[in-house]
Design a protein around this ligand. Structure first.
Ligand code: ATP
Length: 375
């Protein structure tokens, strides 16, 4: 293979055993506590987690604004420890767009190329192309203040992309936009990323945003990666209680392993009912070990009688009914003592399936639930 091809098969970014400690007023803050990650070339990769979990610090170590206390950062197989940000071939886009207010859209985007001494024709061509890609054609002469928030974000994006970095780091870039615009920009960002084919590393605390755009997501908590996987894997098979709770809405039922064979176990729930479900890989299936069963609200059927109900089933009483347009949200107090949430899709003109105070059956297919370790 030529050296060129060999480079392309390497991960774009590798983090190995990364720790970052800050000392602040005599205390040591462990911002990142042991991260190992490989991000592929051309991947849309998100770091997702609550405020303070270490997302920004991780990103800043990739960009070179921080050096790890311990561990290795590699870009395309080469260590970049000690390499300053402007020599790393990555670009960062911030929530505050930091555009030059007195310059036009074109000049803002052209600025970096001009400073590098790129020839005039080449600047015109590349700036024109990227302005087209981000959907700002026809607005080249405008000043930032004559643009909407979403358009300003596109200029910031174009300004970073025009340098053709090998990776683009985006730290909550849509945080300043209102919900509708943010959702539209999510779809746009994904399209732009596909078009330019550059590796995107995206930091967000918004799970919907990460699910919409990412090829893979690292869910972070307290300086560590709790789970790494595709949006579907993370949503459907949350590895820990934290992930189950942080991504979407999840029901958790406590129980003990009653018997196990292969990757399945029978769980004995609080009121003595047996439910057979798949076990998370690597989970101890020792008889009597405490586990938690996760099941998403939209996977549960709510019926008035048990006829035709799926094999995992629980009895309960409706405590709350909330109509939400496309779906209705039911809270049900089950006979195990657990409060469960069920989302029922609303079909045309149908009445509510059940009313507050009514006794119901909740049931779901075993493969829609999943036993994880109790914490
Ligand atoms: P947010 O979503 O709120 O930006 P985050 O997940 O990006 O949060 P970081 O900004 O990486 O989290 O911060 C992780 C932890 O490290 C926090 O407890 C933060 O207070 C601390 N921290 C970050 N930078 C510094 C610093 N320069 N000095 C001291 N502590 C810091």
């Amino acid at each position: 293979a030529s050296p060129e091809q060999a480079t392309e098969t390497l991960p774009a970014i590798e983090l190995a055993g990364i720790y970052k400690e800050f000392s602040s007023h005599g205390d040591v803050v462990q911002a990142v506590a042991g991260i190992d990650l490989e991000i592929g070339v051309g991947e849309f990769f998100s770091l997702l987690g609550p405020s303070g979990c270490g997302k920004t610090t991780t990103m800043r170590m990739i960009a070179g604004f921080e050096e790890p206390t311990r561990g290795e950062v590699k870009l395309y197989g080469k260590s970049v420890l000690g390499v300053p940000p402007n020599k790393r071939d990555v670009n960062m886009v911030f929530q505050s767009y930091a555009l030059f207010p007195h310059m036009s859209v074109f000049e803002n985007v052209a600025f970096g190329l001009r400073r590098k001494g790129v020839a005039k024709d080449e600047v015109t061509k590349r700036v024109g192309e990227i302005i087209e890609t981000v959907g700002l054609a026809g607005r080249e002469k405008r000043r930032p203040r004559e643009l909407s928030g979403g358009q300003q974000q596109r200029v910031a994006l174009a300004r970073a992309l025009v340098n053709r970095p090998r990776a683009l780091l985006l730290d909550e870039p849509l945080g300043a936009l209102d919900l509708k615009l943010r959702q539209a920009m999510q779809v746009e960002l994904k399209r732009i990323q596909r078009e330019v084919g550059i590796t995107f590393i995206y930091v967000t605390h918004d799970q919907g945003e990460a699910l919409t755009m990412s090829d893979r997501i690292a869910v972070m908590n307290e300086g560590r990666v709790e789970q790494l996987g595709s949006p579907r894997a993370i949503y459907e098979r949350p590895a820990t209680r934290f992930v189950a709770g942080f991504i979407g809405t999840s029901n958790l039922l406590s129980g003990d392993v009653k018997s196990a064979s292969g990757d399945r176990a029978v769980i004995l729930s609080g009121d003595g009912q047996h439910i057979e479900v798949p076990l998370r890989e690597g989970l101890s299936a020792a008889i009597g070990s405490p586990v938690e069963l996760t099941v998403r609200p939209e996977k549960i059927d709510l019926t008035l009688d048990a006829a035709g109900a799926a094999s995992c089933r629980l009895r309960g009483t409706v405590t709350e009914v909330v109509y939400l347009g496309t779906s209705t949200n039911y809270n049900v107090l089950t006979s195990t003592g657990a409060e469960m949430t069920v989302f029922v899709q609303n079909s045309n003109n149908a009445d509510d399936v059940a009313a507050r105070g009514q006794d119901v059956w909740l049931s779901w297919e075993p493969e829609h639930s999943y036993a994880i370790g109790a914490q």
